[in-house]
Design a binder for this molecule. Structure first.
Ligand code: AHR
Length: 582
C-alpha cells in the first residue's frame, strides 16, 4: 500500500461526512432512547376512538371487584381519552377488596428498568367525585416485590388534579411495572400517567446508556425522525411536527402505521433538535412533503404543507420573539437551534425535477454488493449536487441480526465514501436502534432491552470512521489487489485532546485468506518521520464471518487494539482473513 502524505496530494474530507440516522422504528425512541417508562401514558393508543386501546395497561382484580373503561372526559383537548376505574369492592361490607386493592398496572415497554437508589418522577392526572386513597407502587413483574410505594390521599379531586410524586427505588428489577390501586368503593379517572427516571442525559429525557453509545460515534449530524415513519402508510398517520411540541400532556400522540406501534410523541420535534445539540451534531430534519406510501396531497393543495414546514423552520431557528420561536423559547430553549439541513420527504428523489443542494442515496444489499459499491461514486460528478447517503446497510442472509460479514461489506463501502467525499456530503447507517422485543427490521446498529444493550459489528465498524469528519484524506493506492478483496484509505487528523496529528490507515480484507501488506509512507517530511513514535493496530474480526454479538456475548466482535512493534515508513503488517484494520 503506497500512502503519500504530502500536502499536495491531500484533500479535506467534509466536516459532515459521517453521522447517524435516527428513525422511530423498532421502538428506537418510544421504549428506547426516550426514557419514559409508561407505555401509552394517555390511554390514547386507539387514537380518537371510544373505546380506545389501553394496551398494555392491564386490570388488577376480577370483574366482581373492578370495571375499567375509557371515555372522552380528559381535560386535555387534543387527547380527550381518560381511563375510568370503577372500584366495586371496599375494606368492609359484602364485597371486600383483595389485599392491596384493585386497579390497573402498566408494564412499560416489555418491563420497566427500576434500579435501587435511583429516583423516578411520577406525574398523573386524577379526578373523582369522592375522596380518594390510591396506592402507587413500582413492583416486580408479578406484582409481588415492592420496589417503591406512595399513597395519593385527597379529599377533593372533583376537577382534574395534577399529582407529582418522587419515587425512590429500594430494589432493582429490569422487568418492573407501575401499579395504581384502591380499596375504596367509587369511580376514579386517570389520565396522562408518566414515570421518568430522574437521571436522564442532562435531564433532557434521553436514556443515558443509549445516548452514550451515540455520543461515542462522534456523529457530525443526526437525520431524524425517519424514514418511512415520516411518510406513514397513509398521510393521516404521518409524523407531523406541530402535533409533537409543547407540554407533553397535551400532545395527541399518533399511531405509526408503517412500523405498527403507537407513540406518545414525548420525543417530538423539540426533543430531536435538543438531541442533536446534546450530541454536538447538526440536525437534519426530514419532513413530510405531502406524500405517504399510499396517498398524497394534490399539488394544488400542497400550500398548507409548505406553511407547516416554514413554521417548523421558524420553530427551530426563529428569533425567540417570533410566533413559533417563542414556543421554542417557552419550552426552555430561547437560543435558536443550529438547523441547516432539511430533507424533503423520504425516498421521493425520483419524483422531483428540481435541483436540490444534495440528493438522497439509499443502499441495502448483500455484503459483496455493498462492498463493491465502494466504487459507485468513482464516476459521480464532482460539481453540482452532492450525495447524501442517508441509509446504507448490508441486509438479508449475509447480515443475520448483525454479522461481521455485514460490517466488512459496509466498511469497504465507507472507505469508498471517504475516497469519493468530493461527491458525497454525508453518510449514515440504518437503522440505528432495535428494542430486542420488537424487531421490525434486521439488522440494526444498537440492540437493547429495558436494561441491557450492545453494539452489532456494524456499530463498531463505524468507530473506525469517527475521526474522519474534517480530516485530511491522503492519496493511497494498493499496488496489488488479487481478486479485488482489499480496499484502503489513509487520513491525517488532529486530536484536540493532545493537539497532535495522527495518521490513520484503514484496510478491509474482504477475502478469506490472510494478507501480508507492506505500507510505504512517502511525503511525511523529516520532522514527522522523527516523531513517528508509535503505532497501534485496531482490528475487527472473528473466527467465523457470520459471528454476531448478543446480550450473552456483547463483545464477541469488537475492535481489538495491539501495539505495532516496528514502526517505520516502510512497515509490514498482517491482515487477518475477513477483517477491518486501522
Ligand atoms: O431504514 C429502514 C427503512 O428503509 C426506512 O424507513 C426507509 O427510508 C427505508 O426504506
Amino acid at each position: 500500500l503506497l500512502v503519500n502524505a504530502s500536502e499536495a496530494s491531500a484533500r479535506k474530507i467534509p466536516d459532515t461526512l459521517f453521522g447517524i440516522f435516527f428513525e422511530e422504528i423498532n421502538h428506537a425512541g418510544a421504549g428506547g432512547l426516550w426514557a419514559e417508562l409508561v407505555n401509552n401514558r394517555g390511554f390514547e393508543a386507539g387514537g380518537p376512538n371510544v373505546p380506545s386501546n389501553i394496551d398494555p395497561w392491564s386490570i388488577i382484580g376480577d370483574e366482581s371487584k373492578v370495571i375499567v373503561s375509557t371515555d372522552r372526559s380528559s381535560c386535555f383537548d387534543r387527547n380527550k381519552i381518560a381511563v375510568q376505574v370503577q372500584v366495586l369492592c371496599d375494606h368492609t361490607g359484602a364485597n371486600i377488596c383483595p389485599d392491596g386493592g384493585v386497579g390497573i398496572y402498566n408494564p412499560g415497554f416489555w418491563g420497566m428498568n427500576i434500579e435501587q437508589g435511583k429516583s423516578y418522577k411520577l406525574v398523573l392526572y386524577v379526578r373523582s367525585q369522592e375522596s380518594i386513597n390510591v396506592s402507587v407502587a413500582l413492583t416486580g413483574s408479578n406484582g409481588s416485590q415492592k420496589l417503591a410505594a406512595a399513597n395519593i390521599v385527597a379529599a377533593d379531586v372533583s376537577s382534574w388534579t395534577k399529582v407529582e410524586i418522587l419515587l425512590e427505588a429500594t430494589g432493582t428489577d429490569p422487568n418492573s411495572r407501575l401499579e395504581l390501586r384502591s380499596s375504596k368503593k367509587g369511580v376514579i379517572w386517570f389520565d396522562q400517567v408518566s414515570l421518568m427516571p430522574t437521571d436522564t442525559y442532562k435531564g433532557h429525557g434521553f436514556r443515558k446508556d443509549l445516548f452514550g453509545m451515540l455520543k461515542d460515534l462522534k456523529p457530525a449530524f443526526i437525520r431524524f425522525p425517519g424514514g418511512c415513519f415520516v411518510e406513514g402508510d397513509w398521510l393521516r398517520n404521518a409524523f407531523r411536527w406541530k402535533e409533537t411540541i409543547g407540554q407533553w400532556e397535551e400532545r395527541p400522540g399518533h399511531f405509526g402505521d408503517v412500523w405498527n406501534y403507537w407513540t406518545d410523541d414525548g420525543l417530538g420535534h423539540f426533543e430531536f433538535l435538543q438531541l442533536a445539540e446534546d450530541l454536538d451534531s447538526l440536525p437534519v430534519w426530514v419532513f413530510n412533503n405531502g406524500v405517504s406510501h399510499h396517498d398524497q396531497v394534490d399539488t394544488s393543495s400542497i400550500l398548507p404543507f409548505v406553511q407547516e414546514i416554514l413554521d417548523g423552520l421558524e420553530f427551530a431557528r426563529g428569533d425567540p420573539t417570533s410566533a413559533w420561536g417563542s414556543i421554542r423559547a417557552k419550552m426552555g430553549h430561547p437560543e435558536p437551534f443550529d438547523l441547516r439541513y432539511v430533507a424533503i420527504g423520504n425516498e421521493d428523489c425520483g419524483k422531483t425535477k428540481y435541483r436540490a443542494d444534495l440528493y438522497d442515496f439509499h443502499i441495502y444489499s448483500s455484503a459483496s454488493s455493498v462492498f463493491s459499491n465502494a466504487r459507485h461514486f468513482d464516476s459521480a460528478p464532482r460539481r453540482g449536487p452532492k450525495a447524501f447517503v442517508s441509509e446504507y446497510a448490508v441486509t438479508g442472509n449475509d447480515a443475520g441480526k448483525g454479522s461481521l460479514l455485514a460490517a466488512l461489506g459496509e466498511a469497504g463501502f465507507l472507505i469508498g465514501v471517504e475516497k469519493n467525499s468530493e461527491a458525497i456530503e454525508m453518510a449514515s447507517y440504518a437503522p440505528l436502534f432495535v428494542n430486542d422485543n420488537d424487531r421490525r427490521w434486521n439488522p440494526d446498529a444498537i440492540v437493547f432491552t429495558s436494561s441491557q444493550m450492545y453494539g452489532t459489528p456494524s456499530y463498531w465498524m463505524q468507530h473506525f470512521f469517527k475521526e474522519s469528519n474534517g480530516a485530511t484524506l491522503l492519496s493511497s493506492s494498493l499496488q496489488a489487489n488479487p481478486s479485488n478483496s482489499l480496499i484502503a484509505s489513509a487520513i491525517t487528523w488532529r486530536n484536540s485532546l493532545d493537539n497532535n496529528d495522527y495518521l490513520r490507515i484503514k484496510v478491509v480484507n474482504f477475502g478469506t485468506t490472510a494478507v501480508n501488506i507492506k505500507i510505504s509512507l512517502t511525503g511525511l517530511g523529516q520532522n514527522s518521520l522523527e516523531t513517528l513514535f508509535g503505532a497501534v493496530m485496531t482490528e475487527l474480526t472473528s473466527n467465523n464471518v457470520m459471528d454476531e454479538n448478543s446480550f450473552k456475548e456483547p463483545n464477541k466482535v469488537i475492535p481489538v487494539k495491539a501495539l505495532i512493534e516496528k514502526v517505520s515508513d516502510n512497515m509490514e503488517v498482517v491482515l487477518a482473513p475477513r477483517s477491518l484494520n486501522s
